[in-house]
Write a protein that binds this ligand. Structure first.
Ligand SMILES: Nc1ncnc2c1ncn2[C@@H]1O[C@H](COP(=O)(O)OP(=O)(O)OP(=O)(O)O)[C@@H](O)[C@H]1O
Length: 365
């Protein structure tokens, strides 16, 4: 068995008061009516990777109402041929903490053990909406390849926020800028390199795989100007941009101005102009490529979370998705409103049924 959660306890987390799940490593098909608490389980699993989880919610938002005292997720993770006891929790809305085998650990430590990727309904408009969503999508992929990408992003954003504050306040003291630009150049360059490397991994995985899903041609572009390709050039560009940035009241150069451009390869059509179904198929294709590339890199496929994906695929594509997930050997957690959406999986998956009970969500095998 590759990477998998074999036990999961969800406590005081969103609609779940207490859910104890035993998993056997097969894909997990979760069905139940709307609002029952299916996505909440996937969100819980996503919190075993660095960051705010798949809904980007605050720790306080995820605390079960009305109690509001905090939440806890614990599990047994099968990774690298061993079992790890993993825990993450938040008390009273405070920043979440992590423990591995009873010892305090960082989110990045956990991310190195539990590679987790996801596809969620809000990504359906990925190619149509703003560049920020596409950068975030690519950054999640980069983070799955290298969990320390999360740290680079946080450090860069913190320094940029500081610099933007100086720009807004029209501070002209060069010393302040020089120090911040040094940090931004180093972390910004690391972010850009990780994004480009991620695209290379995806391209290689797309080329090597036999898949029923369309491939995407992907390119990292700048919304304006160019992205300097060395630390020194980025530092220089930030320095040179100071007057322009003072006028704009924000930083105009750097990896926060990058965008992911995608083309439906077989037709040569930009992803944003493809049909809804084609856009979904492209996303599935990218997540499968991400999973394949990770399997090649770390020796095991990631845990894959697919929220409401089955319902949006026709029967042939759905069957192909299940075949590809099973061939990869990934523990995929999938949600849908009814069992018929998982019929093609048969015994290859484990089924959980979630219903809305008086004391919150109820999960049964
Ligand atoms: N902090 C919270 N405390 C208690 N309940 C919450 C909290 N956050 C969300 N919920 C409840 O969780 C439910 C939604 O759960 P979830 O999104 O998992 O549903 P779902 O089964 O995936 O539904 P759908 O099929 O409609 O997507 C809603 O009833 C919502 O009110």
């Amino acid at each position: 068995m590759g990477l998998a959660l074999t036990e999961l306890t969800v406590s005081h987390f969103r609609s779940h008061k207490l859910a104890r799940l035993s998993l056997d490593g097969r894909p997990v098909a979760i069905h139940g009516p709307n609002g029952a608490g299916k996505t909440n389980i996937l969100e819980a699993v996503s919190l075993f990777s660095p960051g705010r989880g798949m809904r980007r919610a605050s720790a306080a938002e995820m605390t079960r109402r009305p109690e509001g005292l905090g939440w806890k997720l614990s599990g047994l993770l099968r990774a690298q041929g061993q079992n790890f006891e993993v825990e993450t929790w938040s008390e009273g809305g405070a920043a979440r903490q992590v423990r591995i085998d009873g010892k305090a650990a960082s989110q990045i430590d956990l991310g190195k053990l539990a590679r987790i990727v996801w596809l969620i309904p809000s990504m359906d408009r990925l190619w149509i909406e703003g560049a920020e969503g596409r950068r975030r999508f690519l950054d999640r992929i980069a983070l799955s390849f290298d969990p320390s990408h999360a740290e680079s992003s946080l450090t860069y954003e913190k320094a940029m926020r500081e610099r933007n504050r100086l720009l807004k306040d029209q501070v002209r003291d060069a010393h302040w800028y020089t120090a911040l630009e040094g940090h931004m150049a180093e972390t910004g360059h690391r972010i850009n390199t990780a994004r480009l490397a991620s695209l290379d991994h995806l391209r290689a995985a797309q080329e090597q795989a036999e898949t029923a899903f369309p491939s995407a041609e992907l390119e990292l572009v700048q919304t304006e100007g160019t992205m300097p390709d060395t630390v020194d050039d980025l530092r220089e560009a930030l320095h040179e941009s100071r007057f322009r940035d003072l006028a704009a009241g924000r930083t105009l150069v750097g990896p926060h101005r990058s965008d992911l451009y995608g083309v439906f390869a077989a037709k040569g059509v930009p992803a944003k102009d493809c049909s809804t179904g084609e856009q979904k198929a492209l996303l599935v294709s990218l997540i499968l490529s991400n999973a394949r590339a990770l399997a090649g890199m770390v020796g095991a496929p990631p845990i894959v979370l697919l929220d409401e994906v089955a319902a949006h695929l026709d029967a042939a594509r759905r069957a192909a998705l299940y075949d590809e997930i099973c061939a990869l050997g990934a523990q995929a957690w999938m949600t849908g409103t009814g069992p018929e959406l998982f019929a093609e999986l048969g015994e290859r998956a484990q089924t959980l049924v979630v219903t809305d009970g008086e004391a919150g969500s109820v999960v049964r095998a």
